[in-house]
Ligand binder design. Sequence first.
Ligand SMILES: O=P(O)(O)OC[C@H]1O[C@@H](O)[C@H](O)[C@@H](O)[C@@H]1O
Length: 253
Amino acid sequence: MRSIDDCVGVILDTDGVITNTAGLHAAAWKHAIDEFLLERAHHGHGRFRPFDMQADYLRYVDGRSRGDGVRTFLASRSITLPETAPPQDPGAVTVSGLGDRKDRYFLQQVQEYGVAPFASTIAFVRRLRERGVALAAASASRNCKTVLRAAGVADLFEVRVDGWDVLRLGLAGKPAPDLFLEAARRLGVPAQECAVVEDATAGVEAARRGEFGLVVGIDRGGWGAELYRHGADIVVTDLSGTALAAAPSRDVS
Ligand SMILES: O=P(O)(O)OC[C@H]1O[C@@H](O)[C@H](O)[C@@H](O)[C@@H]1O
């Protein structure tokens, strides 16, 4: 399938594709992780090297579930933490504790700044709806429903698969294709007849591994080459008609 016009279903990632929330996630990660790294440095565990909101976020955290984000980032710094606090040390910093801390900061920001949908994505979704294309919102985030509602766009998608489904159904996180395959299953459309739209390398890779008909990467900050490298068929800066019409496909890039 070479074009979005040939798709029977379209599955859109949420943060960074439907809503302008990737930056809020990145800021919350930085807040929580830098606090932790500073505490470690104060206790003599190496020097403080802050979380980089661009490089660290895109490489280790973007698109992954909360726990996988914590673990992947910590592994990049050769740090291991217990998953949960051992009985003899109830105050220990843990993977789940760090994730919870980040979540509190994220929700504070959502409350403070609100959530904006990308106008070009919403126009794109409305065009597809008029054509009868089946639409799903997919996200590794447990806050997906809250975010879609806060942006006022929850009703545009007949299916939502999110971080709660990942936990409930025991799905493997991105870059495994499970989340998107579950979305296609709920839409009742074979993966080969669906497009996936993603801004994260882990998400693009997940769609490629799931053998989806078309993998569209959204590059909002200069990481287009990485999206192609992880398997995007086309990369666009947004979902406006002009960007899609002008997008070079992987074969010609
Ligand atoms: O912690 P949550 O809200 O369940 O989200 C998990 C992940 O969801 C993804 O959509 C974001 O790209 C990540 O930054 C985030 O960490």
